[in-house]
Unconditional design. Structure first.
Length: 540
């Protein structure tokens, strides 16, 4: 039996070899291609693990497969829409009656009556918002009137036309110079070549600094695959900049003091690194990063260091003069190549005014865009916007000149004292703890006893508007002049809210605690990102 089977097997093998030999040339061509594709997939997978970690990569892969199951994606989309509708409180019903086309006949000056009516329906915000409105105090009405008149006087102007609106061009140059002087431009340690421009806000200032640093480092070190390293407390504007300008972003955990971890940042620096970042202070917790140590790192590796002073720019220089222990944060620190500072926050200027500053003109030149081959003529623009509103530039100049050094010193004294009172008040509530050691006017606090997001919902029902944070779960108040007269009221409401949640834990009707809590527990961060995009898509 075996002797009869053996010849048959040999014959089959020979036939198979003969058949396969016909495809040998194809195999010689295809095998390297398949090997290359497999290698690229493995390389991408390994790089993804390096960037996001094993856990996030595996979760993302599993969720992708899970969504391929029939009906799953449809179910997820329906659940996301429920969350989006809840985030928008009343869903799309809030848009009922909104205009969708021009009226046949204009209202003329009567439109102002309609605008006043709509404004009265806005929630009461005076003294109740974290940050948001920075002008306050007894003289706030006069300051509002002053900048409104200044803006009205220059409502028609556009600094794009340098030869026409010379007054606004001067205002911008002087605002930039005065701001630079606050950050050491007049001191020998800074090099004395500080320059910059006004932008529409902190995000644009950061975008400009990132773009300029990218192009500067390409010119100086021929870096064509740029990478940037930031602490996880750094503003999300850096994520936006990296998406816009095709820069790989490394977001590094902070240290135990919630500051930028210099040792951790050092580990991520490589031949493609163009820039590292520090904040003074960081938005979440109001804590200043170790700018001097970051500066040493920047000098050592010949890379750029941007300092985000969007919140601290018009507080820290004056707080230092008042005797507060403010560590070095500006151009007097070697290694700092650019700074962003918002005039429309503690500078008390109209919204839409910020400053981006550079250590020298060699860096700033990479911010500009010059076009020589356009049929419309030669074109050059300093920032993202071409046409810019000259009225807010005039308003910023008016704010700074009207207040002067003494005005800013007095305002800083008031808000720093209010901040210290709030810190002390929070410390006296046993269920709460303050995150880190705040350096300025932001106080972030959480709880290991109760759900801090439920506390936030109770505060919201009392009219307060604060910022929920994550890692760790917490909320913060950014103290402004609006809060100076209501510190006691806030602390009383906070104590009452904490006790309410402690007695009756659980989400309140219409509150957002379940949403924030769920978002923090969703392992697939891509799904959370989709949720935010859907929310914005519905809101706009």
């Amino acid at each position: 039996m075996e002797s009869s089977i053996l010849p048959t097997l040999i014959q089959l093998r020979a036939s198979a070899n003969s058949f396969l030999s016909q495809f040998e040339p194809l195999a010689i061509v295809v095998a390297p291609i398949v090997s290359f594709l497999v290698a690229r997939v493995l390389q991408s997978f390994i790089q993804l693990i390096h960037e996001k970690g094993v856990k996030a990569t595996v979760i993302g892969f599993v969720m992708t497969l899970f969504k391929l199951v029939p009906g799953v994606q449809k179910y997820i989309d329906a659940e996301k829409q429920k969350v989006v509708d809840k985030l928008q409180s009343s869903g799309k019903s809030s848009r009922d009656g909104w205009k969708t086309e021009l009226p046949n006949t204009g209202l003329g000056t009567k439109v102002l009556e309609q605008m006043k009516d709509l404004k009265q329906k806005d929630p009461a915000w005076q003294g109740k918002c974290s940050g948001t409105v920075y002008i306050g105090g007894n003289e706030s009405e006069g300051h509002f009137s002053l900048i409104n008149e200044a803006c009205s006087m220059f409502a028609h102007t556009n600094p794009l036309h340098l030869d026409v609106f010379k007054s606004v061009v001067r205002f911008e140059a002087e605002v930039v110079a005065m701001t630079g002087a606050l950050f050491g431009s007049k001191e020998k340690a800074s090099g004395g070549k500080i320059c910059g421009n006004m932008t529409s806000g902190g995000t644009e200032s950061i975008l400009m600094a990132v773009k300029s640093s990218r192009d500067y480092m390409r010119a100086k070190k021929n870096i064509t695959c740029p990478e940037m390293i930031i602490p996880e407390s750094a503003h999300s504007a850096y994520d936006k900049a990296c998406q816009y300008f095709k820069i790989k972003l490394w977001r590094v955990p902070v240290n135990k003091e919630f500051q930028a971890d210099v040792k951790a940042i050092r580990k991520y620096i490589n031949k493609n690194t163009i820039m590292i970042v520090g904040s003074a202070p960081g938005f979440p917790h109001g804590i200043i990063d170790p700018i001097e140590e970051l500066g040493e790192l920047a000098v050592s590796y010949r890379i750029c260091l941007h300092v985000d002073l969007c919140l601290g720019g018009f507080v820290l220089p004056f707080a230092r003069k008042l005797g507060y222990p403010i560590p070095p944060f500006d151009f007097t620190v070697q290694g700092v190549t650019s700074i962003s500072a918002d005039v429309h926050k503690y500078g008390l200027a109209p919204k839409g005014t910020s400053i981006v500053l550079y250590r020298n003109h060699d860096i700033r030149k990479h911010q500009f865009v010059a076009v020589t081959e356009w049929s419309g003529g030669l074109y050059v623009s300093p920032t993202i916007a071409g046409s810019r509103p000259g009225n807010v530039i005039a308003g910023a100049w008016a704010a700074m000149i009207s207040l002067g050094q003494e005005g800013y010193l007095e305002h800083t004294r008031e808000i720093m004292e209010a901040s210290k009172r709030i810190q002390q008040g929070v410390k006296e509530i046993p269920e709460l703890f303050i995150i880190g050691r705040p350096d300025m006017t932001i106080v972030a606090f959480g709880s290991n006893v109760i759900d801090i997001f439920e506390v936030n919902d109770i505060l919201s029902s009392k009219g307060w508007h604060f910022s929920p944070l994550q890692r760790p779960n917490s909320i913060h108040i950014c103290v402004t002049l609006q809060h100076v007269p209501v510190v006691d009221e806030f602390l009383n409401d906070l104590k009452d809210s904490v006790q309410t949640v402690k007695r009756n834990p659980g989400p309140i009707s219409g509150g957002l605690a379940p949403i924030y809590g769920a978002a923090g527990k969703i392992p697939d961060r891509g799904m959370v990102s989709e949720l935010l995009v859907d929310y914005m898509d519905n809101a706009c």
